[in-house]
Design a binder for this molecule. Structure first.
Ligand code: 6R9
Length: 643
C-alpha cells in the first residue's frame, strides 16, 4: 500500500484533557467487564427500579441484561432532561428540505411526545403492540418513535424509499396494528408520494393494520379510507401530559428489518435497558458529546440503525442538541451540508464514507467556501472508509485538526463496537482500530482458530455478549442461532465481515465475507482493491466484484466513478489496472474496469455488489427493491452491452 496509509495521528493533548472517553475505561472494562457495564448503565440511564443482576447468559445465545431493572426509554430521552432543568435546551434544530425550519426544545419535545402517546393510546395501541413508521426525516418521525417507546409499543421503522411490497411484508411479519406515515415527501425540489405505498400495503382482508396515522407534510392529494386519520386532527387535540410507565429492562423497544444475503429480511429485535445504555455510552465516549456545549449532527436516515442509535436514542438520552436535516446533500446546491454546519455551528459530524467520496468527487472547493471551524469531531460509519477518503475528510472538512472516529458496528450489534476513542487512540486512516472498552473481538481463520498475525485475512467474531446486542430475530429463534452463532460454534458471534490485523494490532475491516473473491486461489478483498482504486487521483468511487471466470475461477471486475475533470478514456482504464497491480499485486489487477456515473446503493450508502455481479456475469438483475435509485442499474447495463 502507498505510504500515506502508515501515517498516524496521535490525539491532541488539549482534546484528551476534555474528552469524555478516557484511557482508564479500557483497564476498568478488562478488570471487571460486568461491573464496567453496570457502571455505564447507572451513569447513562436513569432507572425507575435499579437492577441487581447485570448479565444473565444462562440461556445463551439469548442474553438478558439488567433484567430485573425497570426504566422508561422515552422518559430517559426527554422528561428527565426537563426535570433536571434543561427544558429550554434545544433538542432538535430541524432543517427542512425546502428551507423551512423548527427549533424544538426538550420541553417542547416532551409535549409533542406526550400528545403522540395519548393519540396512539386512543387508537388502541397498548404495551406490546407493534407500530410501523414510514415517514420522511421530519420531527414527527422522532416523536413517533419516542411515543412508541413511552408506551412500550415496539416500533418498526421502514425506510421511506422502500416499496409497498417491502412495507407489506414487514408489517405482516411484525403484525403491526398501526402505521404512521405522511401524505408525501420532499425530494430535491419535487414532491414524491408516500401514503400511496402504505395504501397498497395495508389493503386487503388479511392486513393486521387497523389505523393509518397520516402527517400532512406536502399537502398533495391522497386517497382516503376508513383506516386513515390525520395527525393534526388526532394528535393536536390531545393533552400534552402523559405519565410514562416503567418497563422491564428486557421489554422490546424495536424491530428493525435488515436484508439478509438470501431469503426474507431479518427482523432484528432490540430491547430497552441494555440498548439504551450502550447507545448513550458510545455516543458519549466515541463522539465525545458534551450535551451542554456541542451541536451534534448525524446525517443518517431514521430508516437505518444509525438513525435509531445515533439520531434518536443515543444523543437524546445524553440530552444533546442536534441538527436533523430532511433533504439531500446536493439540493438546492452541492454545498448544502457545509452551509448547515456553518449555520448551526455544528461541532460533531457523523456520516458515511459514501457521502464523503461523493463530496470528494464534487471537489474540495465546495466545502472551502464555508466556515467549518466549529467542527471538532468527525465520524464515519457504514463501510470501510478508504485511507484516501479519510485523509480528504480530515483535511477538507476537519481542517487538519479534528479526530476522525471510524466506527464499526451493525444493526445486530445495536451500537458502536470497534472504533478509536478520539482522546485516547492514535488514529490510523482506514482502520476502525480496536474494540471499545467493554467489547471483545477476535479474528479467526478457516478452522475457527483465533490468530494475531498481521496481514492474514480472517473472519471477525465477537467473543463476549454486550448490552445492546440483538435479542434475536423477530419470531425466528432458530434462524438467529444459525445465522450468528453456528459458523464457529456457539461461543463466537459471527459478524459476517472479513478482517485482518496490521503490524500494530489494528483491525481492518475488509467487507462482507460474501464479497471476498478467489482469484487463481488467492483470496482478495473487495474493500482493498476498491481502496487502491480510490487512491488514484482520477477516481472518486469504486466498486469491485468477482465474476465467474473459466481460467481464474473468479476475475476482478471494477466499476469506477471518476473525479470531476478526470479523462474518460482507454488510457485511464489501463492506468487504473496497472495502479491496482502496483498497489496490491498483479493478481489483483482488474480484468475489466468500467467507468460509470453512479453506483447502485442502499439508502445507508452500501454498494449492492450483488447487482453488479449480475451485470458482470451477464445475468438478469436480481431483487433491486432496496436501491435508492433503481434507474442506476439500467445505465450500467447499457454501458456494459456497448462494450
Ligand atoms: C451501522 C451499520 C453492517 C455492516 C457491517 C460491515 C459494514 C459498518 C463499518 C463497516 C467497515 C465500518 N460496516 N460500519 N465496515 N468499517 N466502520 O452500518 O449497520 O446497516 O447493519 O451494516 O456494515 O460490513 O457488517 P448495518
Amino acid at each position: 500500500m502507498s505510504d500515506h496509509t502508515t501515517q498516524e495521528f496521535p490525539p491532541d493533548p488539549a482534546f484528551t484533557e476534555q474528552a469524555v472517553g478516557q484511557a482508564e475505561l479500557f483497564a476498568q472494562a478488562d478488570a471487571d467487564p460486568e461491573g464496567f457495564w453496570a457502571d455505564q448503565a447507572r451513569r447513562y440511564v436513569t432507572w425507575s427500579k435499579d437492577f441487581t443482576e447485570v448479565l444473565d447468559w444462562s440461556n445463551a445465545p439469548f442474553a438478558r441484561w439488567f433484567a430485573d431493572g425497570e426504566l422508561n426509554v422515552a422518559h430517559n430521552c426527554v422528561d428527565r432532561h426537563v426535570e433536571a432543568g434543561h427544558g429550554e435546551r434545544v433538542a432538535i434544530h430541524f432543517e427542512g428540505a425546502e428551507g423551512d425550519t423548527q427549533t424544538i426544545t426538550y420541553a417542547e419535545l416532551q409535549r409533542r411526545v406526550c400528545q403522540a402517546a395519548n393519540a396512539l393510546t386512543e387508537l388502541g395501541v397498548a404495551t406490546g403492540d407493534r407500530v410501523a413508521i414510514y415517514l420522511p426525516m421530519i420531527p414527527e418521525a422522532i416523536v413517533s418513535m419516542l411515543a412508541c417507546a413511552r408506551l412500550g409499543a415496539p416500533h418498526s421503522v421502514v425506510f421511506g424509499g422502500f416499496s409497498a411490497d417491502a412495507i407489506r411484508s414487514r408489517v405482516a411479519d411484525a403484525e403491526a396494528r398501526v402505521v404512521i406515515t405522511a401524505d408525501g415527501q420532499h425530494r430535491k425540489g419535487k414532491v414524491a408520494p408516500l401514503k400511496a405505498a402504505v395504501d397498497q400495503a395495508v389493503s386487503g382482508e388479511d392486513s393486521p393494520v387497523e389505523h393509518v396515522l397520516v402527517v400532512r407534510r406536502t399537502g398533495g392529494d391522497v386517497d382516503w379510507s376508513d383506516k386513515d386519520v390525520w395527525w393534526h386532527d388526532l394528535v393536536d387535540r390531545q393533552s400534552d401530559r402523559h405519565e410514562a410507565q416503567p418497563m422491564p429492562a428486557e421489554h422490546p423497544l424495536y424491530i428493525l428489518y435488515t436484508s439478509g444475503t438470501t431469503g426474507k429480511p431479518k427482523g432484528i429485535l432490540h430491547t430497552s435497558g441494555g440498548y439504551l445504555t450502550q447507545a448513550a455510552y458510545t455516543n458519549a465516549v466515541v463522539h465525545d458529546v458534551h450535551p451542554e456545549s456541542d451541536v451534534y449532527w448525524c446525517t443518517a436516515d431514521i430508516g437505518w440503525v444509525t438513525g435509531h442509535s445515533y439520531l434518536v436514542y443515543g444523543p437524546l438520552a445524553n440530552g444533546a442538541t442536534q441538527v436533523v436535516y430532511e433533504g439531500t446533500p446536493d439540493h438546492p446546491h452541492q454545498g448544502r451540508w457545509w452551509e448547515i454546519i456553518q449555520k448551526y455551528g455544528v461541532t460533531i459530524l457523523y456520516t458515511a464514507p459514501t457521502a464523503i467520496r461523493t463530496c470528494m468527487k464534487w471537489g474540495a472547493e465546495i466545502p472551502a467556501k464555508y466556515d467549518l471551524s466549529s467542527l471538532r469531531v468527525l465520524g464515519s460509519v457504514g463501510e470501510p472508509i478508504n485511507p484516501e477518503a479519510w485523509l480528504w475528510y480530515r483535511k477538507n472538512i476537519g481542517g487538519d485538526r479534528c479526530p476522525i472516529v471510524d466506527t464499526w458496528w451493525q444493526t445486530e450489534t445495536g451500537a458502536i463496537m470497534i472504533s478509536p476513542l478520539p482522546g485516547v487512540t492514535s488514529l490510523e486512516p482506514g482502520s476502525a482500530q480496536r474494540p471499545i472498552p467493554g467489547i471483545s473481538a477476535e479474528i479467526l481463520d478457516d478452522a475457527g482458530e483465533p490468530f494475531t498475525e498481521a496481514e492474514k485475512v480472517g473472519y471477525l467474531v465477537l467473543t463476549k455478549p454486550w448490552p445492546s446486542m440483538l435479542r434475536g430475530l423477530w419470531g425466528d429463534p432458530e434462524r438467529y442461532k444459525d445465522t450468528y452463532w453456528s459458523r464457529f460454534g456457539d461461543k463466537y458471534y459471527f459478524a459476517g465481515d472479513g478482517a485482518k490485523y496490521d503490524d500494530k494490532g489494528n483491525i481492518w475491516l475488509l467487507g462482507r465475507v460474501d464479497d471476498v473473491m478467489n482469484v487463481s486461489g488467492h483470496r482478495l478483498s473487495t474493500a482493498e482493491i476498491e481502496s487502491a482504486l480510490v487512491s488514484h487521483p482520477s477516481v472518486a468511487e469504486a466498486a469491485v466484484v468477482g465474476a465467474a471466470d473459466d481460467t481464474t475461477g473468479q476475475a476482478v471486475c471494477a466499476f469506477v466513478i471518476l473525479r470531476e475533470g478526470a479523462e474518460q478514456s482507454d488510457s485511464t482504464v489501463e492506468e487504473l489496472r496497472s495502479h491496482v497491480a502496483k498497489e496490491i499485486s498483479p493478481i489483483a489487477k482488474p480484468k475489466s474496469v468500467m467507468i460509470v456515473s453512479e453506483l447502485p446503493k442502499t439508502r445507508s450508502g452500501k454498494i449492492m455488489r450483488r447487482l453488479l455481479k449480475d451485470v458482470a456475469e451477464g445475468r438478469e438483475i436480481g431483487d433491486a427493491t432496496t436501491l435508492t435509485d433503481a434507474s442506476v442499474m439500467d445505465f450500467i447495463k447499457q454501458g456494459m452491452s456497448q462494450r
